[in-house]
Design a protein around this ligand. Structure first.
Ligand code: GMT
Length: 368
């Protein structure tokens, strides 16, 4: 098949999933065309059968902001026509699904598959300024997937649509042996490393990560590694300074090689306000790292309480810290949970069977 994939190129789960799906499909012999504002971070190195198309919205004195959605729709139509695409797969509804539907109006043989990732439904998609168009995109796409059962239900209830939505989760590959042990660099004097990875947006509740660490550090010698960047980073760094533990927290900024950080992490903290799936948690699990997270959204479909880690109510930093202390003090329990987490990540959320589901969906929509 010839498949166009559109996604954001910023650090974020939807771009990671889109790129990894594209790479896996290319490895199976499909021709892939990725459309994005710039090269997605996971599209490093030359890959056979993967073509990248940069989308640029040309400025014009009349425009306050150049219309990216129209430029994307135009680029999709152009690439579809020129390369004979069969499918356009839009990752994240806004604006990729609407742009794909515009392209389908221009090239009627095209089929559109939309993958809903989370905040495109739960936060920005339900904003009244976008809702009618997101609803239209969900109704009109030839195939729709959601990354968890939770997100499927949220979509049906928020948008009042009555249509089939396939649940296809995020996935991980087994971590390679290339990740060096960077424990000495990340946490020179500490016995343990706690890690958080996100885009530091309010939904991630990064101050809760610090409040958990603040409690844990008084009980067990520990360092905290904060990977990523975003709107709440400055406030987070100020919190560490104001509370006297800045030297124990390392803010690495955005990192491509999260495998190396996870390889030397003892626990992963993800106390989000909501999370449709929690790809970062799954990546930690793949590296044998137990996860302490919120009992919210799709997270209970990924992390099993008391087996791969712990789930507690959003904002309950005391309970999350207590679990962290217990796990750091009880090595056999921590190692057992790490093994269960890895087993679950690499079986239930293994790349092969998940990519099979996308391929099967493409074939289904193509015969309709
Ligand atoms: O808000 C983010 O975390 C980024 C966002 C994205 O689209 O890049 O992530 C969402 O999609 C990921 C991949 O499917 C999911 O694993 C994340 O849980 C989801 N984030 C939220 O729902 C907050």
């Amino acid at each position: 098949m010839r498949i166009g994939i559109s996604c954001y190129s910023t650090f974020g789960g939807s771009g990671v999933v889109a790129t990894e799906v594209g790479k896996a499909l290319a490895a199976r012999g499909h021709e892939i065309h990725i459309l994005s504002p710039s090269l997605p971070p996971r599209l490093v190195g030359f890959e056979d059968r993967i073509n990248f198309h940069e989308v640029r919205a040309s400025p014009y004195p009349l425009f306050e902001d150049a219309p990216y959605s129209i430029a994307l729709g135009s680029k999709m139509a152009d690439v579809a026509d020129h390369y004979g695409l069969d499918i356009l797969h839009a990752h994240y509804a806004i604006p990729h699904a609407m742009a794909a539907l515009l392209a389908r109006m221009a090239i009627p043989r095209l089929k559109v598959v939309t993958t809903l990732h989370g905040t495109d439904i739960t936060v920005v998609g339900s904003d009244p300024s976008y809702l009618p168009m997101v609803r239209m995109a969900i109704r009109e796409s030839d195939g729709v997937t959601a990354v968890s059962e939770y997100l499927r239900q949220e979509t049906l209830s928020t948008f009042g649509v009555d249509r089939a939505i396939d649940v296809i989760g995020n996935f991980v590959e087994p971590p390679g042996p290339e990740h060096p042990d960077c424990r000495a660099w990340l946490a020179p004097k500490a016995a343990f490393v706690l890690t958080h990875i996100s885009n530091f947006r309010p939904v991630k509740r990064v101050l809760d990560v610090l409040k958990i660490f603040e409690r844990v550090r008084t009980e067990v010698p520990t360092r905290l590694v904060m990977v990523g960047d975003g709107p709440d980073r400055l406030e987070a760094e100020a919190y560490c300074r104001d509370h006297g533990f800045a030297s124990e927290v390392r803010f690495t900024g955005k990192q491509l090689d999260i495998g190396t950080v996870l390889n030397c992490s003892d626990l992963f903290l993800l106390p989000s306000a909501t999370e449709s799936f929690g790809l970062a948690a799954l990546e930690a699990m793949g590296h044998r790292v137990p996860v302490i997270t919120s009992r919210v959204g799709g997270l209970p479909e990924v992390v099993r309480h008391g087996i791969d880690g712990y789930l507690e109510p959003v904002g309950d930093v005391a309970a999350m810290a207590a679990h962290a202390v217990q796990l750091l003090r009880d090595e056999p329990l921590r190692l057992r949970m790490g093994s269960s987490a890895r087993e679950r990540a690499l079986t239930t959320f293994a790349e092969g069977p998940i990519v099979d589901q996308y391929e099967a969906l493409y074939r289904r929509v193509l015969v309709r």
